[in-house]
Ligand binder design. Structure first.
Ligand SMILES: [Fe+2]
Length: 164
């Protein structure tokens, strides 16, 4: 088998891109939900917010600081931009703490969340991630640490959800 056919081990960017696909699936499912199926819309919105929250935490804790160090000065702006985009997404997620399906603003807030998150995902996959891949960062080791951190965060969210 030639080197070109040797599968590359799963790395941190694969983990993050898999999150992106899962988030997009939730956005699509929300789009397909019946307008008045509030239970489903609540569930999908909650799930999307949880996934986006965990995803943003691991990126900010584990990817962005390392990328800031590894990237050249010209590319660091892309990390700065990603932080600002996360800030917007997190601000929108906070609104769902006091919004439920059927409320005025619920569908609109979800739509804006989707637009912002989709833009951010596209930017990462077309600009930041390819730049990070060209650095010397050990993305395979980072991917393993990231998967462990994600599992711990998921557990914490599940505990919080059942703690009352
Ligand atoms: Fe991100």
């Amino acid at each position: 088998m030639s080197a070109a056919h040797t599968p590359r081990p799963i790395d941190a960017l694969d983990v993050l891109e898999a999150d992106h696909r899962a988030i997009e699936q939730l956005f699509d499912a929300f789009e397909r939900a019946e307008r008045n199926d509030f239970e489903r819309k609540n569930t999908l919105a909650q799930r999307a917010c949880e996934l986006l929250t965990i995803h943003a935490i691991v990126e900010e804790e584990m990817l962005y600081p390392a990328a800031q160090e590894a990237l050249g000065a010209d590319q660091r702006i892309d990390v700065d931009e990603a932080y600002v985009e996360h800030f917007l997404v997190k601000t929108l997620i906070e609104r769902f703490a006091s919004l439920k399906a059927g409320d005025d603003g619920f569908d609109a807030t979800f739509k804006v969340l989707k637009e912002n998150a989709t833009h951010h995902i596209e930017e990462e996959e077309t600009t930041l991630f390819p730049e990070v891949r060209r650095t010397q960062m050990d993305l395979v080791a980072l991917g393993a640490r990231m998967a462990a951190r994600k599992a711990a965060l998921k557990e914490r969210i599940a505990e919080t959800a059942t703690a009352h």
